[in-house]
Design a protein around this ligand. Structure first.
Ligand code: SAH
Length: 229
C-alpha cells in the first residue's frame, strides 16, 4: 500500500468498497504543525495520529475542518477534542503494546481509536446513549477489535476489567472519582481535567506507586462537563 494513498477497504455483505483517503495530506500536516512542532516526539503517538482518519469520527458537515487546530461539535452538546490535546493526553499516559486502558467519555470514539492503535485493549464508557451506540458501531466498522464500548456513568469505572494501566477521562470533573483511582494499576497513569465546568480546568496526572496515588498538575484545558446518571 502506497503511503500517499491510503486505501480503506471495508468488507460489507460481500461488497468490497475502497476509497482514496483525500484527507491524508491534511492529516500528515496536522501531525507536523500542531503536534510535532509543539514538541511532542513519541513516535507511537505520532504514528497513531497519522493513521486514524479523524474526519470519519465527526459529523459530515464539519468533515472539511477535521484536521484543523480546534475542537469540533459531535452532537448532543459534546465535542471531539483538539488534535493536540488528544495527542498530549495519549502521550502523558505512556501507552505501550501490552497495556490495558480505560477511557471515560467515548464521544466520537476518536480518542479510543488513537489509543487502540498503540495499546492491547481499550475499554470505553459513554453517558449519552446515542453517542455510545454510534461510537461503538463506528469503531466496529473501522475494524477496532480491541475496543469495548459501553453506555453508562464512567464515575464508577469498569471494575470487572480493572486494574487499568491507563485511565483517560475526557470530561471535566470537580474532583477525581475515587473508583477510578482505586481501579488504577500499580505504576498506572490516570489523566483527567479537574475544575468547574464553565471555567478553564487543570489537567491532572495521577500515578500510583506502592499503592499510593500521587498527583501532578500539567496544564490548563477546557473540556465539556463530567455528568452523572
Ligand atoms: N473522547 C471523546 C471526547 C468526548 S467529549 C472523543 O474522542 O470524541 C466528552 C464525553 O464525555 C462526552 O461525549 C460526554 O457525554 C461524556 N461524559 C460526560 N460525563 C460522563 C460520564 N460520567 N461517564 C461517561 N461519559 C461521560
Amino acid at each position: 500500500m502506497k503511503s500517499t494513498l491510503l486505501i480503506l477497504c471495508m468488507i460489507t455483505g460481500g461488497f468490497i468498497l475502497s476509497q482514496v483517503d483525500k484527507y491524508e495530506p491534511a492529516r500528515i500536516r496536522m501531525v507536523k504543525t500542531q503536534i510535532m512542532d509543539r514538541g511532542l516526539s513519541n513516535t507511537a503517538v505520532l504514528d497513531a495520529m497519522k493513521k486514524v482518519p479523524r474526519h470519519l469520527f465527526i459529523p459530515k458537515e464539519y468533515e472539511s475542518e477535521a484536521y484543523n487546530d480546534y475542537p469540533l461539535p459531535i452532537g448532543y452538546g459534546q465535542t471531539i477534542s483538539q488534535p493536540y490535546i488528544v495527542a498530549y493526553m495519549t502521550d502523558i499516559v505512556r501507552p505501550t503494546s501490552r497495556k490495558k486502558a480505560l477511557e471515560i467519555g467515548t464521544g466520537s470514539g476518536y480518542q479510543a481509536a488513537v489509543l487502540a492503535e498503540i495499546v492491547e485493549k481499550v475499554y470505553t464508557i459513554e453517558i449519552v446513549p446515542e453517542l455510545a451506540k454510534e461510537a461503538s458501531e463506528r469503531l466496529k466498522k473501522y475494524g477496532y477489535k480491541n475496543v469495548e464500548c459501553k453506555f453508562g456513568d464512567g464515575y464508577k469505572g469498569w471494575p470487572e476489567h480493572a486494574p487499568f494501566d491507563i485511565i483517560i477521562v475526557t470530561a471535566a470533573a470537580d474532583h477525581i472519582p475515587q473508583p477510578l483511582i482505586d481501579q488504577l494499576a500499580e505504576n498506572g497513569r490516570l489523566v483527567i481535567p479537574v475544575g468547574a465546568p464553565s471555567a478553564v480546568q487543570e489537567l491532572i496526572l495521577v500515578t500510583k506507586r506502592n499503592g499510593k496515588p500521587e498527583q501532578k498538575r500539567l496544564t490548563f484545558v477546557r473540556f465539556v462537563p463530567f455528568k452523572r446518571l
